[in-house]
Write a protein that binds this ligand. Structure first.
Ligand code: GLC
Length: 809
């Protein structure tokens, strides 16, 4: 190792360096341009890769070209576009880019503390029972906060978009009902954030599943403190330079979002519980007789026999396959809930428990005996998802559900939520899972303290891989309550038990936008609210906002007033129906957004700051958002409001409903009667709208390109496919580019469709939104039949995927 001034030494490595600091070992590894991994341990070796780490191995990335420039006590390493200066004496790192922008500077060296209850504010529940050794070693690091930076992301949180002045713990829990801004951790842990300032954005992911915490200038203004148990600080920095660049790099490392099946993007109806097959069939019948679109019904815990996972109650669901067949015939799929708490019931005719016990598949206490807690079925065992053998077995258990025709799996209570007392005896309370519970294979055991935050994620992996094996030709779809970074590759998620409060409708917007920034685009919240009683107006406004949730499900608890679309009478029903119908019309656009998310991590629902990071006034807005790059959504999230303030970013915007043009930046009050969701389209955009359908099973017989020309040329590529089977490559896709050329004549070119997938025969309509009626409209330079309706000229043809040029003269 080199020794610039005697004591600390450093060595170059193929992707960075290793340095021996006074209090430990530091490694820098440049993974890709703008992505650097930093590790520090007070010991002499780094931890070996953990099986639950979602990140691609370092070796997957090409070795960068590096240059080293030692200068006395410090050393500068450059791997374009980043420059890192290591002060070997102080053990600090300073980061900048080729344009001289500094970010994420260390304010001091790494600190290491042996914890006891109360150390650094750690509650006793996170300390008591921690095994000795590295589990008890807390590593901390301070970073400078730029005065103009906003801090965003942080996964699943209950605050607004901007988080300066807060402190965030990462420890999954079955959060108490009534989430509010003073809550810290909820069901999921995503130790990831974006720092955004005018002209620049960077991000950080803390690679730890142990208890960890970000203090974002709360304890010490201007100081962002990272802290984790486990004896090693391992983080990755992402140089944006804009928010999209950060999310792209984050998901390049931790996995691109899965591609959901098309049906899962439709409307889902749920309740705890539709208790009998008859009730479920009646429910679907009501949707159909009222012509309300519906793609999925969720079956909550009461479909099971005494809350035994992978069983059906023989009386209430005597013929599950028959019931689900009848739903399918109406274009509706069933999603069943599965919890990790398996009834602890040896030799009583419940093979899942018998096999779990016989093969030792459970989480075990220190002496190896099964850990028993309580859940819905009272005494319960918990599968040890950290073992490959257990994950395989778990996946296989889904066979009976799939054979009955179940389409998707809803994974719940997987924080894990463990009750302190039997549920059957009333108030069950929560039990703290001992931190020294053992997980993993015998040759690489890990304490619960390390696996806790990965438990839900590992369950998702087990379930998804099971579905992939059992139904290899179909795209799996699962939903999960608990999760962590990487869940985007495995499952869709929802934000847990919210309440039928306007505040929770309001909270859903920054919550889902933050999930998107954290690399998890497929997320939703319970529309109408889970706990408490929804009202007519709340249901209308919530469903309207829900049109733009990547996952759209109405769900409520057993003791609440019904909140199905018709529950509040015909006027409410009509408005709710209209909102759901709009979702279905938007599905072709949404499917394209899902593909874009799958390719680059691009969030579907995102805060204004994602597309307009330099607009000071938009950065903190969390009551309006973008749905993809084209659509600005400003839902009404306050009771009684019939107007709302909308902030339009710079550029031209068109009112989606009446085509009025507005020049941004502009803040304006817009009318929002109960039937209206304020929506604005960015000039230059193309929206692809489908015909109204009751289910995604119904064919798309019409596709309308809503073209909103701007002042300059623009283009959009829409992506289609069958929506159910696996997509291996272009042979399974259809992609069509549309380009808009404004000028003396407005010209719209629909380029030839590429890819091997063939859509259902359909009419393609092109609607050109222009201020005045054109004199003529030509298709491929020929006169054609066209119409004018005050806002747009429309032409249509049978879509054969051929190139066409539409010109307005
Ligand atoms: C949990 C879930 C909720 C579900 C209930 C019963 O509270 O979060 O969605 O309905 O359990 O399974």
């Amino acid at each position: 190792m080199h020794a610039p001034s005697g004591h600390p030494v450093w060595n170059p490595t193929s992707r960075g360096l290793e340095a021996r600091l006074e209090n430990g070992l530091l490694a820098l590894a440049f993974l890709a341009p703008g992505m650097v991994r930093v590790r520090f341990t007070p010991g002499s070796d780094f931890v070996l890769p953990r099986p639950w780490d979602p990140a691609r191995p370092d070796e997957d990335f090409e070795s960068p070209s590096l240059s080293f420039n030692p200068q006395g006590e410090s050393l500068e390493v450059q791997a374009d576009p980043m420059r890192v200066r290591l002060d070997l004496g102080r053990g600090t790192l300073a980061f900048s880019d080729l344009e001289g922008r500094r970010f994420a500077d260390d304010l001091g060296g790494f600190r290491v503390v042996e914890v006891a209850a109360g150390t650094e504010g750690l509650a006793s529940e996170h300390v008591e029972g921690l095994p000795p050794g590295r589990a008890r070693r807390l590593v901390l690091l301070d970073k400078a906060m730029h005065p103009e930076e906003g801090y965003h992301g942080f996964g699943q949180r209950s605050q607004g978009l901007e988080r300066r002045g807060n402190r965030f713990t990462h420890w999954n829990q079955d959060a108490a009902w009534g989430h509010n801004r003073s809550d810290d951790n909820l069901y999921q842990s995503h130790p990831v954030f974006l720092a955004v300032r005018p002209g620049f954005a960077w991000g950080l992911w803390l690679r730890s599943t142990w208890w960890s915490r970000f203090d974002v200038g709360r304890t010490r203004p201007g100081v962002l403190e990272l802290a984790t148990l486990g004896g090693e600080l391992d983080y990755v920095l992402f140089h944006g330079p804009d928010p999209a660049g950060v999310v792209e790099k984050l998901t390049r490392l931790t996995g691109r979002p899965m591609l959901p099946p098309l049906w899962s993007l439709g409307y889902h109806q749920s309740r705890w519980s539709y208790r009998t097959a008859r009730e479920v069939e009646d429910l679907v019948g009501r949707f159909r007789s009222r012509s309300i679109p519906l793609d999925a019904v969720h079956l909550d815990i009461d479909y099971m026999r005494g809350y035994r996972c992978f069983t059906w109650d023989p009386e209430r669901f005597p013929d599950p396959a028959g019931t689900l067949d009848r739903l399918r015939a109406q274009g509706v799929r069933a999603v069943t809930i599965v919890d990790p708490g398996i009834k602890h019931e040896p030799a009583a005719g419940y093979p899942v428990a018998d096999e779990m016990l016989a093969r030792g598949l459970f989480c075990r206490a220190r002496q190896g005996q099964p850990f028993q807690g309580f859940c819905w079925p009272d005494a319960a065992l918990f599968p040890d998802f950290a073992r490959e053998e257990v994950r395989r077995w778990w996946g296989q258990q889904h066979r009976s559900l799939l054979e009955a025709g179940v389409a998707g799996i809803w994974q719940d209570m997987n924080e894990p939520s463990v009750f302190a007392r039997p549920f059957s005896e009333g108030e069950a309370g929560q039990m703290r899972v001992p931190l020294d519970l053992m997980h993993g294979d015998a040759d690489a055991p890990a304490p619960h303290a390390e696996v806790h935050n990965a438990y839900g994620l590992l369950m998702c992996r087990a379930t998804r891989q099971g579905l992939e094996r059992l139904r290899p030709d179909e795209r799996p779809w699962t939903l999960t309550r608990s999760a962590g970074t990487g869940v985007q590759t495995l499952s869709c998620t929802w934000m847990g038990d919210n309440t039928s409060w306007w505040e929770h409708l309001q909270m859903s917007l920054p919550q889902l936008a933050s999930m998107g920034l954290s690399g998890v685009p497929h997320a939703g919240v319970d529309i109408g609210g889970f706990i408490g009683n929804c009202t007519a107006e709340l249901l209308v406004r919530w469903t309207q906002a829900g049109v733009f949730y990547p996952f759209m499900r109405n769900h409520s608890a057993w003791d609440t007033v019904p909140q199905e679309p018709w529950a509040f009478g015909p006027e409410t029903e009509a408005l709710v129906r209209e909102a759901i119908a709009l979702r279905y019309r938007l599905l072709p656009y949404l499917l394209t957004l899902a593909h874009r998310a799958h390719r680059t991590g691009e969030p579907i629902l995102r805060p204004m700051l994602y597309d307009f990071p330099d607009q000071e006034e938009l950065r903190h807005l969390d009551d309006q958002f973008m749905f993809g790059p084209a659509l600005l959504v400003a839902p009404v999230v306050w009771q009684g409001h019939r107007h709302r303030l909308v902030h339009l970013p710079p550029g031209e915007w068109l009112d989606f409903w009446d085509g009025t043009r507005h020049q941004g930046p502009l803040a304006m009050a817009v009318a929002a009667p109960l039937e209206r969701i304020p929506l604005f389209v960015r000039a230059g955009a193309v929206l692809t709208l489908g015909n109204e359908r009751l289910s995604t099973d119904d064919p798309l017989t019409e596709l309308t390109l809503e073209v909103f020309p701007g002042d300059v040329a623009s283009e959009w590529t829409w992506i289609e496919e069958g929506g159910l089977s696996l997509v291996h490559g272009p042979e399974d896709l259809a992609e069509t580019r549309v380009s808009i050329h404004p000028g003396t004549f407005l010209e719209v070119k629909v380029h030839p469709r590429s890819g091997g997938w063939l859509p259902h025969p359909r009419t393609l309509r092109v609607r050109l939104h222009c201020p005045e009626r054109p004199a003529r409209v030509l298709v491929d330079q020929q006169g054609c039949e066209w119409t004018w309706n005050d806002r747009y000229a429309e032409v249509g043809w049978l879509d054969e995927g051929r190139a066409r040029v539409v010109r307005c003269c």
